[in-house]
Design a protein around this ligand. Structure first.
Ligand code: SIN
Ligand code: CO
Length: 399
């Protein structure tokens, strides 16, 4: 079956209603969407991207393909500016992760992806490739929307269910040993290729091109279990341990008998006895910490909540740190009940409206502040102390 190709319309950038996309394609099948973002202009240039790749804090990679030898070379940043002119005119790609955190115009693109839970979205990675540049055929563990922003890229995918997935041993990149394309297209600016996890793909630049990858994140079951177990373990006192006050003399002292195994079950029973409320709180804290892009910490001078309130009243804004991850959960079964807000691994109790405002607003103004209940304000004060917001005072206009 060939991969489905659709053309987007002004109403449906996915080329279909969201409900159909989620039902038929999300996490299931690849989809090519022609002209999902017609006329979208890159908010930054390849030079800006290269500039960022020279910064210590940015996560950047450079992939060079030695075509004659069929060899890929991977280098991680930061890079020196002087390195770029030496790379030549073809067969290399520069990739920078977390561009949504570094550039608010790039971040604005995420508004179009609010049909997915925001906490499922990881980042927007931007790649710039010279003709022939690629990262080689590979598979990703996460869903990705590959938006062609500038130039043209030839994408090949192997959408067959029995596609081989063994990696090549000779490259630092996790390249596939074997790759045979079942489908192939040249993407133009504005086109999107959606890939669910596990579909082998290979994208080669036709001309100098820029691709934005909106990538998802999904914790592995192993990560979830380890984190939950660590959380429970931290709560258990040293004295809570395997105990056998009911011990009778064993038949064979070297046998681990059924009574002993029953006591082991007892000792690890807290794993099953975790209540629904505790599980909500643990997951919210976990997922807002998971794959964090960078540390958030307060600057040397943090304004008090009172002075912030005065500034907001004069037209100032509180801007959330781009690396802060936030989500909220309803705390209890009723619709009007309380909620928990999570920010980068910490939880705060408040009403639902406050939790919604603090989780979803990137900038808080006077009107947003007025929507917070007392607990929401207290939480905001604490978040301010921890560096999750910074104040942008209203610019003074001359009269
Ligand atoms: C790229 O942008 O060059 C690679 C993106 C991907 O294959 O996931
Ligand atoms: Co990929």
């Amino acid at each position: 079956m060939p991969v489905t190709e659709v053309r987007a319309s002004a109403e449906d950038f996915l080329g279909m209603p969201v409900s159909r996309f989620l039902r038929e394609f999300w996490q299931k099948e690849a989809l090519l969407i022609r002209q999902a973002f017609p006329g979208y202009k890159a908010p930054l240039s390849p030079e800006d991207l290269a500039g960022l790749a020279c910064e210590e804090a940015a996560l950047s990679r450079l992939v060079t393909y030695k075509r004659k030898l069929d060899q890929w070379q991977l280098r991680t940043g930061p890079f020196a500016e002087s390195e770029f002119p030496k790379l030549g005119k073809k067969d290399w790609t520069l990739l920078v992760q977390d561009m949504d955190k570094w550039d608010s115009d790039v971040r604005a693109l995420l508004d179009r992806f609010r049909f997915l839970p925001a906490w499922r979205v990881d980042d927007i990675m931007i790649s710039f490739a010279t003709p022939g540049g690629s990262v080689g055929p590979h598979v990703d563990q996460y869903d990705v929307f590959l938006l062609q922003v500038q130039g043209h890229r030839r994408w090949q995918v192997d959408a067959s269910t029995d596609a081989p997935r063994a990696f090549r041993a000779d490259a630092e990149l996790k390249l596939l040993q074997e790759f045979t394309a079942s489908d192939e297209w040249v993407l133009e600016p504005g086109d999107i290729l959606y890939l669910p996890p596990g579909v082998p793909h290979h994208g080669e630049a036709v001309d100098a091109c820029m691709t934005f990858s909106v990538g998802m994140r999904a914790p592995s079951q192993a990560e979830l279990i380890v984190d939950l177990a660590e959380e429970l373990a931290a709560r258990l006192p040293e004295e809570s341990r395997y105990s056998d006050p009911d011990l009778t003399e064993p038949n064979d002292p070297f046998e681990i008998d059924d009574a002993a195994l029953a006591r082991v079950d007892q000792a690890i029973s807290s794993l099953q006895s975790l209540g629904a409320a505790e599980k909500r709180e643990w997951f919210g804290r976990f997922i807002t910490r998971y794959r964090a892009a960078g540390e958030v910490s307060a600057g040397p001078r943090v304004p008090s909540l009172a002075s912030v309130e005065t500034s907001l009243a004069k037209g100032g804004l509180l801007l959330r740190h781009p690396f802060s991850r936030a989500a909220w959960v309803a705390d209890g079964p009723t619709r009007s009940g309380n909620a928990l807000l999570f920010v980068s691994g910490e939880s705060f109790a408040m009403d639902r409206r406050s939790a919604h405002v603090l989780a979803s607003y990137e900038a808080l103004d006077d009107a947003a502040l007025a929507k917070l209940d007392a607990a929401g304000r207290t939480a905001l004060g604490e978040l301010l102390q921890r560096g999750h917001y910074h104040l942008k005072r209203a610019s003074r206009t001359r009269e």
